[in-house]
Structures are given as C-alpha cells and as structure tokens.
Design a protein around this ligand. Structure first.
Ligand SMILES: *Cc1c(COP(=O)(O)O)cnc(C)c1O
Length: 376
C-alpha cells in the first residue's frame, strides 16, 4: 500500500524499476558497506551522464558542500560568498568550517545570484580587508544561474566556485550540464530531488587532486600506513553501496524524469494562462531547466500564496512557500548582505506546486481545479 494514497505530495520519490536489481546484487555479493561495485558504478555513470572527469559519491549534498569547502582550504575566519535565496544546506557547511557566509541577492531573470551584487560584495569585502575564499552559487529549482557573467567575475578576482547543483541534475546552460562549470560541482540525491538514492550526494570536478582529497577526508583521513595513522581530522561521509545501487537505477531514468517534470510545468502554464495573477519563471535563452519544482508568483490584491497553500492542504495537496532568504534567517542574523529586495519579494509572492514526475494527469487536474477555486 502506498503511504497516504490520496495525498498529492510536492516531490515524492519515483523509482524507475531496475533499482532493486542493483540492490539485490549488493546483497548477493555481501557488499553491505560504504564501498563496492555499485558505488564505483554509480560514480562512473554519473561521470558519463554529466561529462565530468571525476566524481565522488557521499552521504548527502550537505556533506558534498562541506567537503568542497575543505578541499578549497576554507577555514576558520574566512569569508564565503553565498546565494541568499536558497535552502539552508547551501550555507550550513560554511559554518561547520568556522567561516562566515556573505549573502548576495538574486536577479529576477533566473532568481539566482545577481552578478552585479556579487561584484559589489567582492569589492566591498576586499575594501574591508578580506578577499572571499570561495563562492557558492546555486541553480534554484533547477534553473541555471547566469553562469557566463558570474564565472567571469569569479575568474577576474581569482575566487574558486562551488556550484550547488543539488536541485539541477539534468539542467544545462548553453548545452553543458549544470554542475560542470564550477571548480567543484555538487549534487543531492535526497528523497525529494529529481532522482534519489534515498539520501545521498556527490562532488564532481575536472581536478583529480580535489576529488582524491575529498575521498581522503570523507573516509576518516587515513594516512598511508599498515595501521590506522591520522594526522588530520576526517569524516565518515561515504555513500553506502546499497544506496548507490538505487542511484544506478535512477540514473537510467534521469532523462525521462526531466521530461516528465517539464511536462508538469507546461501543463500548469497552459492551465493558468488566463489567470493574470499567476506568473511563471521563463527560461532565458541558453538556460535549460529540469523544472525540479514548478514555482508560481501570485500578484493579487485578494489572494495570497499562503491562502492557496492552506486551501490545497485542506484538499490533501502539498505545496510549499519558496525558500525564505538566508539573510532573513534568525540563525544568520547580523551577517553581511548585498542586495535589494529581489529574493524577499519572491519569498512573499511565491509558491511551489506539486511537481513529482509520477503525478498522474488526474492529480494535476485536481491541483489546477483547487488553485482556481481560491481565485473564484
Ligand atoms: C537539497 C539541497 C541541498 C542539500 O542536499 P542534502 O542531500 O539534502 O544534504 C543543498 N542545496 C540545495 C539548494 C538543496 O536543495
């Protein structure tokens, strides 16, 4: 039996069919460990799909960002530039390192980091005596950021980029996969992402030394010796061979999942075309989004996103406000912020609609009907 059969979830897992074959193989081989053929296979196949040269599968996207920061030498007292409009997992690892996040606002075309505010932030931090040690940029809801402009600024100031593509596996920018542009790219395979390993993440890079270093840190920082010898602090961040088996089955269907999510988006666009109060985020030229979540903005004097969310909830339909910007989070109070009110206004006006690749036509029609009722 399905968990809560009538509920329409925001973004539930969607198995492809071959996952159990890989998991069975792990049981047969007794590779019930954070090592084994599925793990190696998953990393190899992730490289094939993204075109990356090196990949490391780890226990979460958060762990992947933490490792990326360590590999780039971010430490206590450093500053790291972060998108303000994101999920908190993009930023928490900066604090794990004892470093300080510096928040940058969004631009309205992709909702991601604004190149103008990025440059303003870098210049002001340098004037205040500290050059940022890294930039973490995000492709929110699957929409690639303005990479050309952002990377040009990063290059000019010689600051390495961590590309948080946790929500953007399958998205491309100028035909190249999101995640491939930064010094290090990261993905998440949490249960609600476009594909899942039940929980997991990965780093990719063109720099083999970075991936080797991340592997060393993710497996307790064991020095080469016949006994356990450690001269650095390490972590236990590797993905299990069981989870990697699920991931291999999921990678087989990634392309289908992107197609299905994009079709959801299109259906919502068509259904709400006549409702002027609802608008959608368009793809700028060269940006191809996996449409992980379909997001809408509500511009109405009478209907708020929260009213819609509450009405949908009474119909057993899950929806969710957009991410509350990081510079407004109590845990990050008082930290530097560069921007205006772009992300704040998105947060106030926005809502994420059910976007799973396994939604039926009937489910989608039910969501559309209930949203329209709030406006009627
Ligand atoms: C999900 C997510 C993460 C973290 O991934 P986990 O696997 O849940 O740790 C990081 N950044 C963004 C933008 C995310 O959406």
């Amino acid at each position: 039996m399905k968990f809560r059969p009538n509920r329409i979830f925001l973004s539930p897992p969607h198995m492809g069919g071959h996952e159990l074959n890989y998991v069975h193989k792990a049981f047969e081989d007794n590779y019930i460990a954070p090592a084994g053929p599925n793990l190696e296979g998953f990393e190899r196949e992730l490289c094939e799909i993204t075109g990356a040269s090196y990949a490391l599968a780890v226990s979460s996207g958060t762990a992947a960002i933490h490792l990326a920061l360590m590999v780039l030498g971010v430490q206590s007292g450093d500053e790291v530039i972060c998108s303000s409009f994101t999920f908190i997992a993009s930023v928490n690892p900066v604090l794990y390192q004892g470093a300080t996040p510096v928040f940058v606002d969004s631009e309205p075309d992709t909702w991601n980091m604004s190149p103008d505010f990025l440059e303003q932030a870098i210049q002001d931090r340098m004037r205040k005596g500290k050059k940022p040690k890294a930039i973490i940029l995000v492709h929110l809801y699957g929409m690639p950021a303005k990479l050309l402009e952002l990377l040009e600024i990063a290059r000019q100031y010689e600051i390495p980029v961590i590309e948080d593509a946790a929500e953007a596996l399958g998205s491309t920018y100028k035909k190249q996969p999101a995640g491939r542009f930064g010094t290090i790219g990261i993905y998440s395979f949490n249960g609600n992402k476009i594909i899942t390993t039940s929980g997991g993440g990965a780093l990719i890079s063109e720099n083999q030394e970075y991936i080797n270093r991340a592997h060393f840190l993710a497996t307790q920082a064991k020095d080469p010796a016949p006994y356990y010898l450690h001269s650095e602090v390490g972590y236990n961040y590797r993905l299990s061979n069981i989870s990697a088996g699920i991931g291999r089955g999921q990678l087989e269907v990634l392309e289908k999942r992107v197609k299905q999510r994009r079709e959801n988006f299109q259906l919502y666009c068509d259904a709400f075309q006549k409702l002027e109060a609802i608008s959608f985020l368009k793809e700028p030229a060269g940006h191809f989004s996996n449409r992980w979540l379909t997001t809408i903005l509500i511009d109405s004097a009478t209907v708020s996103p929260e009213q819609i969310r509450q009405h949908l909830e009474t119909c057993d339909i899950e929806s969710r406000p957009l991410w509350k910007p990081m510079h407004l989070q109590p845990v990050f109070k008082g930290l530097p912020y560069y921007g205006e009110k772009v992300s704040e206004s998105l947060f106030e006006k926005g809502l994420c609609l059910p976007s799973g690749s396994n939604l039926s036509e009937e489910d989608l029609v039910r969501v559309v009907k209930e949203v329209k009722k709030v406006f009627a």
